[in-house]
Design a protein around this ligand. Structure first.
Ligand code: NAP
Length: 280
């Protein structure tokens, strides 16, 4: 077996060293999911992204516990579902997550969607701060938050989320929101970073750049995220594709190439508008 790849880190606003690429785990469930996540850890992934709503925290936690990689080198992310928004509900939901994972702490905990109609995300973030103060969560952040949601959380709790995990890929580069994150000191994570089985990886702009660097289209897209300063979370259950997706630190795109890839902008993959999308 080839050795583990080494991944550079960014620094979160709470001082945490944070891998520049992580593993998406949606659909990695059961024994196969555990095997796939262990394989990813062997490959060099150190940041894992799960959620209560993926119903695979058990599979991911087991992989972390059984892996030869020390727990202290792995960052486990999970997310609070919409049905558990509210202060006490959040604390209870976190205990469910922690039990599912079978881990004593969670490295990064995110509010999965803001659900502005329900209007409880500020209360949930206050509960996140308590979990952080108690040492049960190392870093606290959000997902699918707009600038307005971020500013409200910051104004009302005095705490700047460490991360905002949002839809981000060449079809939806999110330049404005990335600018807001940079100004506020929030790290951007990219979900569906390689376009989730869309035609993205066959776009001529990308295949031409891949040929020019003797890499694959997916590697071009993952590298594009890295050069934007965003942390992509490509999901793969396949050992070869996991390695391919992480092996992006041996080449560099030119600024013109980065700009050309961003020129594929056309919008969201589906109607995941944080102002209206509700997931419970
Ligand atoms: N916060 C949120 O609301 C939110 C929303 C969506 C997703 N997420 C997170 O983001 C992660 C990634 O997003 P995603 O799963 O939607 O999409 P994605 O990572 O953009 O794409 C995953 C798909 O691409 C395939 N793939 C992976 N590597 C490939 C390669 N090198 N070449 C060709 N195909 C490849 C995978 O198949 P194989 O597995 O067969 O390789 C899978 O079908 C999720 O798993 C989840 O952790 C978060």
């Amino acid at each position: 077996m080839a050795g583990a790849l080494s991944v550079p880190t960014l620094t979160l606003n709470d001082g945490t060293a944070f891998p520049a690429v992580g593993l998406g785990t949606y659909k990695l469930n059961g024994d196969d999911g555990t095997t796939a996540v262990k394989c990813a850890l062997d490959t060099g992934y150190r940041l894992l992204d799960t959620a209560l709503n993926y119903t695979n925290e058990g599979a991911v936690g087991r992989a972390v516990r059984e892996s030869d990689v020390p727990r202290g080198e792995i960052l486990v992310t999970s997310k609070l579902p919409g049905r558990h928004h509210g202060y006490d509900e959040t604390l209870a939901s976190f205990e469910e997550t922690r039990a599912n994972l079978g881990l004593d702490h969670v490295d990064l905990y995110l509010i999965h969607w803001p659900l502005p109609r329900i209007d409880k995300y500020v209360e949930s973030f206050r509960a996140f701060k308590k979990l952080q103060d108690e040492g049960l969560v190392t870093s606290i952040g959000v997902s699918n938050f707009t600038e307005a949601h971020l500013r409200r959380v910051i104004d009302e709790t005095g705490v700047v989320p460490a991360v905002n995990q949002v839809e981000l890929h060449p079809y939806f580069p999110q330049a404005a929101l990335r600018g807001v994150h940079e100004a506020l000191g929030i790290v951007t994570e990219s979900w569906s970073p390689i376009g989730k089985q869309s035609e993205l990886l066959t776009e001529k702009v990308i295949t031409d750049i891949a040929a020019a660097h003797s890499v694959t289209p997916t590697q071009v897209v993952v590298r594009w995220h890295v050069q934007l300063g965003a942390v992509p979370l490509p999901k793969s259950g396949d050992a070869g594709r996991q390695r391919e997706n992480l092996d992006v630190f041996g080449f560099e795109l030119t600024q013109a190439e980065v700009t050309a890839i961003s020129g594929l902008e056309r919008g969201r993959l589906w109607d995941g508008d944080p102002e209206t999308h509700e997931e419970f």
